[in-house]
Design a protein around this ligand. Structure first.
Ligand code: ATP
Ligand code: MG
Length: 364
């Protein structure tokens, strides 16, 4: 069993603390993605799990064993990095088997495990080529193969796809997901790409400035962000976040336009409270061009500044009280700048955040 438990993990570089006491339980065979902006401590956290960085405070356990003082090779985990550094003079077969050879595995085991990894990753046809004769995606697959042959209890990935072009990245993302379905193991995967996080993860861990902001399933983090940071980081195009004031039962914007407080949040806000109104573009749709009528709806009339036709949908740029906001049109048609449209606002999907703390207003 390879559950991974982080308890009050702290990391200092000299006097500077960059990870501030993180707690996280990763279940056996779970796919967990650490996501957050550059410098938030994702790689540092992953490297502490791998044993590539000393742990300043707290404990890391794999299974029931505290591994703080175990060297990387004794932790029974495999790490796949962004630059996968294959041995250039060795064939794919030799690259795959090299780690096992060094570990003095017998020849029969090496052949068996290498063939098995090649089969899982579809590398059979490429076994006698050298890395120079492979595409970027194929090289990345060999790098994963090297991790698989070791039969680790957990895989750690640090931005494994960031060197690939956009199309290949999407392809490899699917392959990693399939790989996890075939080779059931615990995975900790680091990325700054929220789409990668949403598509791969069983659970997402959103980090910022060395802290965990939120842990949850992709849908949970998407639907119930705990604060404005998570709300703006997860989802593309990002959630509209507009400052407003609560007046009675209304959310009033700077230009005195107003929307009713969502039914589910009435009683949780106070008169005069400064808030940030959050609404995803998907929930601001021209009348007749939305996904479904919501029970708790409202309407606003907005001027279109710009529209971006994406094929099956169109992103509509508009403004609410002088702030840029985006809506979506499903079942698109050409919308000219300057056109005025009436929009449905799905208030049951709208969020309110306290302006002072950034925290979501919700039933605890
Ligand atoms: N060896 C080091 N010495 C000093 N500071 C470091 C060192 N490595 C990382 N840091 C700092 O620790 C913080 C966290 O870095 P980390 O590499 O974990 O970020 P990250 O979330 O992986 O970012 P990215 O998405 O850019 O890879 C950053 O502020 C970084 O500057
Ligand atoms: Mg990093």
């Amino acid at each position: 069993m390879a559950e991974i438990t982080l308890t009050n993990i702290v990391k200092n570089y000299g006097k500077l603390e960059v990870v501030h006491g993180i707690n996280l339980d990763i279940a056996h065979n779970e796919f967990v993605v650490l996501v957050g902006p550059s410098g938030c401590g994702k790689s540092t956290t992953l490297r502490m799990i791998a044993g590539l960085e000393d742990i300043t405070g707290g404990t890391v356990s794999i299974g029931d064993v505290v591994v703080n003082d175990l060297p990387p090779r004794k932790r029974n985990i495999s790490m796949v990095f962004q630059n996968y550094a294959l041995y250039p003079h060795m064939s794919v077969r030799e690259n795959l088997g090299f780690g096992l050879k060094i570990a003095k595995q017998d020849e029969a085991t090496i052949i068996k495990r290498v063939d098995e990894a090649a089969d899982i990753l579809g590398l059979d046809e490429l076994m006698d080529r050298t890395p120079a004769e492979l595409s970027g995606g194929q090289r990345q697959r060999v790098a994963m193969g090297r991790a698989i042959v070791r039969h680790p209890e957990a895989f750690l990935f640090d931005e494994p796809l960031s060197n690939l072009d956009a199309k290949l990245r999407v392809q490899m993302r699917t392959e990693i997901k399939k790989l996890h379905q075939k080779v059931k193991t615990t995975v900790v995967y680091v990325t700054h790409d929220q789409v990668e996080a949403m598509t791969l993860a069983d659970r997402i861990v959103v980090m910022k400035d060395g802290y965990i902001e939120q842990v949850g399933t992709p849908m949970d983090v998407f639907n119930n962000p705990v604060n404005t940071f998570v709300a703006s980081f997860i989802g593309s195009p990002p959630m509209n976040l507009l400052p407003a004031t609560i007046k009675g039962k209304n959310i009033v914007f700077a230009d005195d336009k107003s929307l009713p407080v969502p039914v589910r949040l009435t009683g949780l806000v106070r008169d005069g409270q400064e808030v940030v109104f959050g609404l995803r573009p998907d929930d601001l749709t021209p009348v007749g061009h939305g996904i479904a009528e919501s029970g708790d709806g409202a309407k606003v009339t907005l001027d279109i500044v710009l529209s971006e036709l994406l094929g099956t949908e169109t992103i509509l740029y508009t403004s609410i009280a002088g702030q840029e906001a985006q809506g979506k049109m499903f079942g698109p048609r050409i919308v000219a700048p300057g056109e005025t449209l009436e929009f449905d606002v799905a208030m049951d999907k709208a969020h309110l955040f306290d302006a002072a703390t950034g925290k979501s207003v919700r039933v605890e």
